[in-house]
Design a protein around this ligand. Sequence first.
Ligand code: ASP
Length: 313
Amino acid sequence: MKTTPVIAIHGGAGTIASVASDSSAAQPYRDALHAVVSAAQAALLRGASALDAVCMAVELLEDCPLFNAGHGAVFTHDETHELDAAVMNGADLRAGAVAGVSRIRRPVRAARAVMADGTHVLLGGVGADNFAREHGLEMVDPSYFSTEARRQQLKLARVADRVALDHDGAPLVEGSKFGTVGAVALDMHGHLAAATSTGGMTNKRVGRIGDSPLIGAGTYADDLTAAVSCTGSGEMFIRAVAAYDVCARMRYAGQSLKDACDAVVMQTLPAIDGRGGLIAVDRLGNVCLPFNTEGMYRAHARGAEAPQTAIHR
Ligand code: ASP
């Protein structure tokens, strides 16, 4: 019997204040989320693997200038870009990731190439850029990732001397672009996968690596339990091993997906000042999209049902 496929995506969590106060400002985000989740849903209904679906969704989000991944990525303190991405396949626990890359147009493709190669799980910096080039992936000049709105965010963060979650940029610049991106999916064959891609946090120190490319912290998938992609203050997600903790709670403590997600997002993370959220789907097709911030750009679709998008509670 075939499993009903499920896809969920996120475009980052945070205050999302400008969008909160103006519903017309939210429309482009809703449209983008709807288009991406619909494309991945259609692929899953045609029989695509969860791995293909999450990579497709994240690539589309990387290309979309509304989100903090690929084009539109945030700036480091030195006004450069350092991108992180990861992918994990729940059927066999294969995983691949890149960290601190600055020339790969779609970092999630590089993460997948690292996984396909199979020798290593995580490649960083110049070595990862070189690996992607050798594997024929599209390379760009670092300026490809830059946008004026991000430059303004960096200026504000520098003045305030803080490292900012992309979506918390306050005051938000009109038309500014928010959000680490991620996707989780369950395919017709009952397999799970997760992928995450990000520019990290505005004004981060050069060399800083967040949770997104760390398997277990920002990204995890295991067919026995769930697929998880996180967004938020990466340091705390690393310390909480957030994505894996959801799966571990299910596996070792017998918790439901919902109880596991709520414990991590509403208890473990806040206890160490961790702000953000995650998207998760389990092997039964349950979906959980919890966050402890004001909002999280998100969408999901089950089977052939109409996709649902949401930003605030
Ligand atoms: N988790 C990401 C990081 O710390 C940031 C985000 O989710 O926007 O790099």
